[in-house]
Design a protein around this ligand. Structure first.
Ligand SMILES: [Fe+2]
Length: 437
């Protein structure tokens, strides 16, 4: 039986619409690299960061492996060695080149990888044309998964190249123009949210990843949650108050981590003679008080919440908030912008979706009744359900069609090269629930 996450959807009947969607995803990826040189695309700065070249090839390998090879009899492999180089983590597919050594591959060249992309795109286009109706029932959901996968890698491509470019003393800005300045936002309001028996998770009426399933019931207390994410100005106050020097604020692992790594401010801030600066994909510029604080770890988010006398919300609370708004906000490439903000007061869709991913206090685990799909695509999400925290809401590098209220992102607590920020929840229960308790 087909796994619910790969179940057939009626809109897949329109093959020309599927082709247009596929072509749009592929061309959007190339748009992101327009401001990069081949040398930029070669570098790997840490094991978590993949070279741009590798992303371009890996998303293509996904379409080749799960669609072109199994479903297109006439398909001729572009290069039989690419499976080894560009498989990421699919143990059932075969051996793979070590992740931490991706930057050591000067060959294949960027030009060869771009030719590989065209080769596989042509094959997928043919497959969309000639797949039998029976085969299409299997092909269409995998085509959708491949596109959603490439959308995820578009975000990773941006966060990875940001880490690469940020290493330089005068870092390159792949996107223009520079961002306009933003003043500190008004004081954050808090929304009163009703609890009770609530439901979270997807009902798979539309595309979802397996980890969003199944929809299920939970008990939720009434809660109060901030109407917008935390700003740079607010996080700077934490720094200036000695937040990074006060062990009482930190989880034990977090305290060890900041001291072992000499971490004293967010990843792309610089403490210069001219004051605080922040590197964005639009260049190095004075720190803007009105942008959301981003590129911070879950440890820093939790310490900040402790300093404020508040807490991080659970993923249930973040999903209940997201369900109140349409999935709109500052997202990938909107108005040519590749950085979150500026913050307004909220609450509105822009203050909930896009901008920054928000760390939840919830560990990444299976929902009750979850099971991964059979086969290698079952390795997509489920096997990572250990030692990671859930983030919600999407970011400025998340594509508009790739976010929804049920979407679960996940990273280890010390990861901070993603556009990750903070939304606070009140530590105390609302007075209304205390009265009725
Ligand atoms: Fe991937």
């Amino acid at each position: 039986m087909t796994h619910p996450a790969l179940s057939y959807r009626p809109q897949f009947d329109d093959r020309s619409a599927c082709r247009a969607r596929f072509e749009k995803v592929r061309s959007d990826t190339l748009h992101l690299i327009a401001g990069l040189s081949p040398e930029d695309m070669q570098i790997q700065t840490m094991p978590d960061v993949s070279p741009t070249k590798w992303h371009l090839a890996h998303v293509t390998w996904f379409f080749e492996t799960f669609l072109a090879k199994p479903f297109l009899d006439s398909y001729k492999e572009f290069d039989p060695g690419f499976g080894y180089l560009f498989n990421s983590y699919y143990e059932q597919v075969g051996e793979k080149w070590p992740r931490a050594r991706r930057g050591l591959l000067s060959r294949p060249s960027t030009d060869t990888i771009l030719a590989y992309r065209q080769h596989v795109e042509s094959a997928i286009s043919t497959l969309i044309d000639i797949a039998s109706d029976d085969a299409w029932i299997e092909v269409a959901p995998l085509l959708e998964l491949g596109q959603q996968h490439e959308r995820q890698h578009q975000e990773l491509l941006l966060t990875d190249i940001k880490h690469v470019l940020s290493q330089a003393p005068d870092p390159h800005a792949p996107f223009s123009p520079p961002l306009v300045n933003a003043d500190a936002p008004p004081e954050a309001r808090y929304l009163e949210m009703s609890g009770g028996i609530v439901e979270i998770g997807a009902s798979h009426a539309d595309f979802v990843f397996d980890n969003e399933l199944p929809r299920h019931k939970r008990w939720q207390e009434d809660f109060q949650i901030a109407a917008r994410p935390v700003s740079n100005a607010e996080f700077l106050a934490f720094i200036e108050d000695g937040g990074y020097q006060d062990a009482r604020l930190w989880l034990s692992d977090g305290w060890s981590w900041i001291n072992e790594n000499a971490i004293r401010y967010p990843l792309y801030w610089r403490d210069s003679a001219d004051g605080w600066q922040e590197y964005t994909l639009h260049g190095l510029a004075p720190l803007q008080p009105g942008f959301p604080v981003c590129h911070i770890s879950a440890y820093e988010a939790a310490a900040f919440a402790e300093w404020k006398g508040e807490r991080l919300p659970t993923e249930t609370e973040l999903e209940l908030l997201a369900r109140k708004y349409p999935a709109e906000g500052v997202m990938l490439g909107d108005s040519g912008r590749y950085h979150p903000g500026p913050l307004r007061g909220g609450p509105d869709a822009e203050a909930v979706f896009g901008g920054v991913w928000e760390w939840s206090s919830s560990g990444y685990e299976a929902y009750p009744g979850y099971h991964p799909p059979n086969g290698a695509v079952g390795e997509y999400n489920g096997k990572f359900m250990s030692g990671q925290q859930v983030l919600r809401g999407g970011s400025c590098a998340t594509e508009r069609n790739h976010i929804r209220a049920t979407y679960r992102n996940f990273f280890p607590a010390d990861a901070r090269w993603q556009f990750s920020g903070i939304r606070l929840a009140k530590r105390t229960r609302p007075a209304s629930s205390l009265r009725s308790a």
